[in-house]
Design a protein around this ligand. Structure first.
Ligand SMILES: *Cc1c(COP(=O)(O)O)cnc(C)c1O
Length: 377
């Protein structure tokens, strides 16, 4: 039986890729340069990634959660401050706020897309003062940044964009995520659109002073003059930088394939969307999403779980990203916020496999299996 795994790293890291990586690792071993943030692949990656996302600076850090924490820190967000986050995201968005000693406030989402809802933010701002918000470009779709800025900028509410799933995502008018005025964070966790062999993250900014401060904070608060700030260790090591630097070479080809997979699913599953069995949140974002994930919304939780096990029996793995909204996660249960649509979204969402190595016959098997499931119930 054909097996369709959710990710396929074996195919991604093929012989050609391995050969080049081993060359790079042996160069690093010969150079004895392992964790210097100014090492060759670190600097070169920072330059290229900033260029790609049209940002002035890219600062590599240890992971995507640190990238969020450091961004909040340089913006002066700390103990007791309230920070708005969407109800649908990976838990790390909330965790970064908590680790700053700040308090997450959950903002509801657009019922169709799962993206942060500006209307919900407006309602929440009538009741609570937020010092910052973290819109998330969830699944790779662009969050409504223009609308959020028109709510936040004149009130001096800071915005940090969580782009952990949005490498190559396009905001309005062809501007890539990271090209605007907000600090934007990325993760290079192995499953992301650009994945390390472990952990890495980055912050993009247009601001020289902010970039300089993060460069110091990530390396124990050091500057040329010695220790200047209360810093931490959030360096990205040279090995990881060498891996994500190599992945940049394949990046546009990989994201293009993700888009083709998405297009094929949308076409194949058209019948199931017209008869109301599923909906496809990112359908209108075909050319702007990074297609990190392919979420579908099934009519209810029970049907979603039977579809999941039906596909499992056909050798197809799917994921429940995300099974619970943020207000339903244990550490956040008693916090403030709105959860109406986020709660429903989490009940209904099921992600189908999407990755650059997915073959046409695998896409067909997934789509025909989904259709067969709805014929049987
Ligand atoms: C992966 C992810 C993070 C955290 O990144 P790490 O590198 O795992 O720390 C944060 N936010 C979102 C939305 C993510 O998907």
């Amino acid at each position: 039986m054909m097996q369709v795994p959710f990710y396929n790293f074996t195919k991604l890291h093929n012989q050609e890729f391995q050969d080049e990586i081993l060359k790079r690792f042996s160069m690093i071993i010969q150079e004895n340069s392992y964790s210097n943030p100014d090492a060759y692949y670190n600097k070169n990656f920072e330059q290229q990634f900033a260029e790609m996302q049209k940002a002035k600076h890219c600062v590599l850090v240890a992971n995507g959660t640190d990238a969020l924490e450091l961004s909040l820190e340089v913006l002066g967000i700390g103990p007791g401050d309230r920070v708005g986050i969407p109800g649908i995201t990976f838990y790390a968005t909330a965790e970064a706020v908590l680790n700053r000693g700040a308090i997450p406030v959950m903002i509801d989402v657009n019922p169709k897309t799962g993206l942060i809802s500006p209307e919900s933010l407006n309602r929440i701002l009538k009741k609570v003062y937020l010092k910052a918000i973290i819109p998330v470009h969830i699944y790779g779709m662009p969050a409504p940044i223009d609308e959020l800025e028109s709510i936040c900028n004149h009130r001096n509410i800071k915005i940090v964009e969580d782009g952990a799933q949005a490498h190559g995502t396009i905001l309005s008018d062809d501007h890539p995520v990271g090209s605007g005025q907000n600090l934007t964070t990325f993760s290079f966790y192995p499953t992301k659109n650009i994945g390390a062999f472990g952990d890495a993250g980055a912050i993009l900014t247009q601001d020289d002073e902010i970039a300089k401060k993060i460069i110091s904070l990530r390396n124990h608060g050091r500057s040329a003059k010695g220790i200047e700030f209360f810093g931490r260790n959030s360096r990205c090591d040279h090995m990881q930088a060498a891996v994500i630097h190599l992945k940049l070479q394949y990046f546009s080809e990989h994201n293009k394939r993700r888009r083709e997979v998405a297009q094929a699913y949308i076409k194949e599953l058209q019948s199931e969307t017209t008869n109301g069995n599923i909906s496809i949140p990112a359908e209108n974002f075909i050319n702007t999403s990074s297609w990190h994930l392919f979420p579908t919304l099934v009519k209810n939780k029970e049907t979603k779980l039977s579809l999941k096990s039906f596909l499992e029996q056909k050798g197809i793995s799917t994921s429940l990203f995300y099974e619970r909204s943020m207000l339903e996660e244990k550490p956040l249960k008693d916090m403030q916020g709105e959860n109406t649509h986020a709660g429903l979204f989490a009940e209904r969402v099921l992600c189908l496999p999407i990755h650059p190595c997915l073959l046409d016959q695998e896409i067909e098997l997934v789509a025909s299996s989904v259709k067969n499931f709805f014929k049987t119930i």
